[in-house]
Design a protein around this ligand. Structure first.
Ligand code: SF4
Ligand code: SF4
Length: 490
């Protein structure tokens, strides 16, 4: 047996691997482009400021000012304010003491032999704070708290003496003490099994909702083809543009940029409508599993599927589903096989990248456009994507259709030289007619140019300066999630 331990996988990476093996580059020597963005830069600098403040035992006010000047100077005024607010919140959550701080990526690690080699899983925290009677391990969170059961299991298993594990959430202004758990061995074993199935097939993909959000490898895994087949490596930059953010780009550039790149906190959360989500889910599941969608017993199957919803929602889903079946009449030779499936592609323009010392440099920026298509299948043997809309017709429906058509063509149909249809079916109050759009090779040349120009724009945004992006005031300001912050920083 080889006694050397392979480079440990982190708990967060293993959570992604649990859903899709190819989300981790452990088995891929070509590595992954750099997806660090403004939020991570802010988090990194906050961590450094906390370390400076804790170590420097000078007068509090002086130390804070010094840490802020040294650690936050690279950001624009808005991002400086955000990171400075987070710093203030952390200081009230965990006041400074004379304890010793270890900021050098403290971690707890568990080991196992797999296929005659030693493997390890590590749970990282940001600070280890020690005094003579106790040690605190502190994980710093600026966004959503997603502590995994695996982190708790590893901490419980590797805990020595009087050690406590906390999450300091500056978003929720809360210091959460984590309990130890009883079944830690079982959980660690379960995750080592996940790790083993990954090691046995590291490049296996499983497209899922995380492709457009947390995964850093859409430009590498093959599911979102790279236009021009450009090879990308760890010195290139990469980012992902979800369909929702793409459509925002066609309205106000600042609104899109703050959402998709800078992670500026929203003034208010937009509600995407509970009914629409439930209807999409039920209709999608029905249509990809049916043998004959028009068979009357299908409605009984739908009722069974949604039986846990409240009566009003059930009634509405059934009505809309019947409406949908009516609108699908005329599409007899239709076979739907996938629902809620991510499709897209990757453009690689030149743009701005940030070096480790925060200097800017021009470089390749892999920009993956990814949307979650409602239904995918074939109509008379040709690829078709069906989008179900419970709201009004939107100008952005064309761009959405272009994204899906080109994504499906590049991934599944280019070799067959087959046209792709996108069918929008409206199940709204206005009772709009369905809109089919057909795309072929000629249209795809225009679409490629359009998306490349979007990618160039996005790649040119300076990640350290959220205020450098143009804004265009208009009707969309009324329901913009950044309305107040935007007004403050115009
Ligand atoms: S983008 Fe999606 S399919 Fe590709 S590696 Fe990531 S999670 Fe897997
Ligand atoms: S408030 Fe208006 S100008 Fe400002 S980001 Fe939103 S849409 Fe753009």
């Amino acid at each position: 047996m080889n006694q050397e331990v392979n480079f440990p996988i982190s708990t967060s990476a293993l959570e992604l691997v649990k859903v899709c093996n190819a989300s981790n580059d452990h088995g891929d020597p070509k590595k992954t482009p750099n997806t660090k963005g403004p939020q991570l830069y802010r988090w990194q600098q906050l961590r450094s400021a906390i370390e400076d403040w804790f170590v420097n035992q000078g007068p509090e006010e002086f130390v804070i000012k010094k840490a802020e000047n040294e650690q936050f100077h690279m950001f624009d005024e808005l991002q400086r304010k955000l990171v400075s607010d987070s710093f203030t919140k952390f200081r009230s959550l965990y006041p400074r003491s004379k304890s010793e701080i270890n900021p050098d990526w403290p971690q707890k690690t568990v080991f196992k032999e797999i296929n005659n080699e030693q493997y390890a899983i590590s749970s990282h925290v940001q600070f280890e704070i020690m005094d003579k009677d106790r040690t605190d391990y502190i994980r710093l969170k600026t966004g959503e708290i997603k502590e995994t059961i695996l982190d708790k299991a590893i901490f419980t298993s590797e805990r020595y003496g009087n050690e406590t594990y906390y999450t300091a959430s500056v978003k929720d202004e809360d210091l959460i003490e984590h309990e130890t758990i009883d079944n830690h061995e079982e959980i660690i074993e379960e995750y080592f099994q996940i790790y083993e199935q990954f090691l046995n097939n590291p490049s296996k993909t499983n497209p899922n909702k995380k492709c457009a959000s947390v995964c850093s490898r859409p430009s590498k895994c093959g599911e979102f083809p790279v236009l021009g087949n450009i090879e990308l490596g760890r010195f290139d930059r990469a980012l992902t543009v979800s369909k929702t953010n793409l459509l925002k780009l066609e309205g106000c550039e600042r609104r899109a940029a703050w959402k998709l790149l800078y992670g500026i906190p929203e003034d208010k959360e937009n509600n995407f409508g509970e009914f629409g989500i439930k209807f999409h889910d039920a209709a999608g599941k029905m249509l990809v599993t049916t043998k004959d969608r028009n068979d009357p017993v299908e409605i009984e199957r739908l009722k069974e599927l949604i039986k846990d919803e409240d009566d009003e929602i059930q009634k509405k889903i059934i009505e809309r589903y019947k409406e949908l079946l009516e609108k699908l009449k005329g599409y007899e030779n239709l076979e739907l096989t996938l629902n809620e499936y991510p499709v897209g592609f990757t453009c690689v323009p030149n743009g701005t990248k940030v070096l480790s010392d925060y200097r800017l440099k021009e470089g390749k920026v892999a920009t993956s456009f990814i949307g979650q298509a409602d239904l995918l299948g074939r109509l008379d043997g040709f690829p078709i994507i069906i989008e179900l809309k419970t709201g009004k017709k939107q100008e952005g429906d064309l761009t959405e259709a272009e994204l899906y058509a080109f994504g499906v063509w590049k991934r599944f149909a280019e070799a067959e030289k087959k046209d792709v249809t996108v069918l929008h079916i409206y199940l709204n109050e206005e009772n709009d007619d369905p809109v089919p759009r057909k795309f072929g090779e000629e249209e795809f040349k225009t679409i490629e140019k359009k998306f490349h120009s979007y990618a160039e724009k996005i790649a040119s945004w300076d990640p350290l300066d959220a205020l450098s992006v143009d804004h265009s005031q208009g009707n969309c300001c009324d329901y913009c999630e950044f309305k107040d912050t935007c007004a403050e920083f115009r």
